[in-house]
Design a protein around this ligand. Structure first.
Ligand code: KIV
Length: 311
């Protein structure tokens, strides 16, 4: 398996009644030690079993079931309509494909806005029903008390500041955040407040690289950058953007590593062409009737599968 070397902090005690974790398993507390050692970890989104398994086996350290599922899989156009049930369902699918990476599930818009008890209940669904190991929540200082409450209930929390897509109706669009001295200072305060509240990491989305560097140097928890420059401890991308499966113009921070949309369109078109011309399926791609049944049914003796395969 690819990926970073074992990240466990200390020798683990074997508890006979508990399933032991693999030594190389990435955990929420292990991220801080990785930052101290200067390791550059990698995070990607995934939303289903197949993608999650490929991402995990490729050695990615953190897998996020982001509410970007609203754009990539559900076709909503933004993340606002995404529901808790949807995130739970996708997290369950992803869980089945992940063994090594830390699995984080997003708290969707509306799941933490109606009081701390509701937020705890909803986060617990992601942990118990979805089998996520941590939750991510958008918002800075104004969510600090909520982060502390979740952490007090043993739920690891990843913060998320800068461009917070759930606030699109308040922000009026998707723009770089923290471009003035005042808003940049506010971002630094947000990151510190989340750290003080017990968040184990913080996503910095679309902020100037200088501010991301300042934040990364001012907190002990790792920063996870998306459109925030090279100084963040960890980088994250939406997997559909990286693989070339997105529609429309890509943001400037996206590096596209494959063009799967074109590959898929070509494969699907070739299949359709083969069906239309009768080139698919061939005899070798179908099943012959055994001779005995053919004789009883008075069907001319068919070729055996072995004969077909030889052709
Ligand atoms: O929902 C998501 O995919 C995210 C990442 C972009 C950080 O929040």
């Amino acid at each position: 398996m690819k990926g970073s070397p074992p990240i466990c902090l200390e020798k683990e005690i074997r508890m006979a009644y508990l399933k032991p974790q693999r030594p190389e398993k990435v955990t929420a507390p292990s991220l801080r030690a990785s930052k101290e050692r200067g390791e550059r970890l990698v995070c990607l989104t995934a939303y289903d079993y197949t993608m999650a398994r490929i991402v995990d086996e490729a050695g990615i350290d953190i897998i996020l079931v982001g509410d970007s599922v609203g754009n990539t899989i559900l076709g909503y156009g933004n993340t606002v309509p995404v529901t808790l049930d949807e995130i739970v369902m996708h997290t369950r699918a992803v869980r089945r494909g992940v063994q090594r990476a830390l699995l984080v599930a997003d708290m969707p818009y509306g799941s933490f806005h109606t009081g701390a008890d509701d937020a705890v209940r909803n986060a617990l669904r992601l942990i118990k029903d979805g089998a996520a190991e941590a939750v991510k929540m958008e918002g800075g200082r104004k969510r600090a008390d909520l982060v502390k409450r979740l952490v007090d209930e043993e739920i690891p929390v990843m913060g998320h500041i800068g461009l917070t897509p759930q606030s699109v109706n308040m922000l009026g669009g998707y723009r770089v955040q923290g471009k003035t001295a005042e808003t940049a200072r506010a971002l630094i305060d947000d990151a510190k407040a989340l750290e003080d509240a017990g968040a184990f990491a913080v996503v910095l989305e679309v902020v100037p690289r200088e501010i991301a560097k300042l934040i990364t140097e001012s907190v002990k928890i790792p920063t996870i950058g998306i459109g925030a420059g090279a100084h963040c401890d960890i980088q994250v991308l939406v997997i559909h953007d990286l693989l070339g499966l997105s529609f429309g113009k890509l943001a400037r921070f996206v590096r596209q590593y494959a063009d799967l949309k074109t590959t898929m369109t070509e494969a699907i078109s070739r299949y359709a062409e083969d069906v239309r011309t009768g080139a698919y399926p061939s005899e070798a791609e179908s099943y012959g009737l055994p001779a005995q049944a053919a004789a009883e049914l008075e069907i001319p003796t068919p070729k055996t599968d072995a004969e077909v395969e030889k052709q």
